[in-house]
Design a protein around this ligand. Sequence first.
Ligand code: TXA
Ligand code: MG
Length: 328
Amino acid sequence: MKIVKLDPINPDPNKMIEASELIKNGEVVAFPTETVYGLGADATNDKACLKIFEAKGRPPDNPLIVHINSFEMFYKYTDFHDERVLKVMEEIWPGPITLVVKKRNIGNVPTAGLDTVAIRMPGHPIALKLIELSGKPIAAPSANLSGKPSPTKASHVIADLGDKIPMIIDGGDTFFGLESTVIQPLQDKIYILRPGPFSPEELEEKFKMKVILSGGTDNIPRAPGMKYRHYAPNKKLILADGLDEILKLYNENPNSLVLCSRETAEKFEGNKFILGSRENLYEVARNLFHSFRFLDESNYSVGIIEKFQEIGIGYAIMNRIKKAASKN
Ligand code: TXA
Ligand code: MG
């Protein structure tokens, strides 16, 4: 696999020509977005999109996110005309939010046969430039092997897919470290299909519509992908609420590693991985998936992870942590 290193703020477009040629020729390329690394292919080419499913080992009934770089592209590939929602999207995009709407001119492979498409304009100079140079919408799920945590560093992609794909664009660590918020606007309501960096509070404030958290209950739209076990390390991960519980679990579980806030780390003497400050949950989000991979590669047998407050991006952080810890 070829590794092309680029400045994430000011990428040299000349160094992205080869990547865009691969996309145009129906190949796959891994590239950074502001959320996590994606594994991209021409969204209008079903055969190319199949290669994404093959490389990741992704179940074919789990649709991909289609990345665009303009509203012109949005209108070409969607059939969606809710002015109230569109006005807000013009403010939010490019950014870490994905919209599920009726599709147009998109095949059945990237959308897993649904009549809707999950579409987003990523807020990352490399991703936007790659779409521009390819002249195509780019279908891209997270660039991890199916079942592994999403990649937030080029090294994660190389570890998972290094022998399966022709190229990765290395733009350093991704900014948010959690996958985009996936929403579906339906009948004057915004359904959150997958929590992400854009929080429920921010959605309510921006859209001024009722925001409904999809918990998998009947009658509430869901993202097909949310039924799969995700984000989970192979090692056992236990959720702990507060220092006392951490200490208790640490003493009960020999050879364990505590994944915790800096504030907790200051009071805890044992083996630890600092996720970030409780006062800056964006820092915790950025380090979360790396901590899962670190635990798996370490010699520790068990992970104990601190519970964080479910405010702002903390809601998405806890969504991922609960999924990762759910198998215990
Ligand atoms: O931040 C992100 O969203 C990253 C970067 C690369 O953009 N992408 C990402 O893609 O996380 P992926 O494939 O790992 O997650 C896409 C999620 C899945 O849960 C999938 O089921 C859901 O979006 N999804 C895709 N199309 C959908 C549709 N038409 N209706 C409902 N859910 C859909
Ligand atoms: Mg994924």
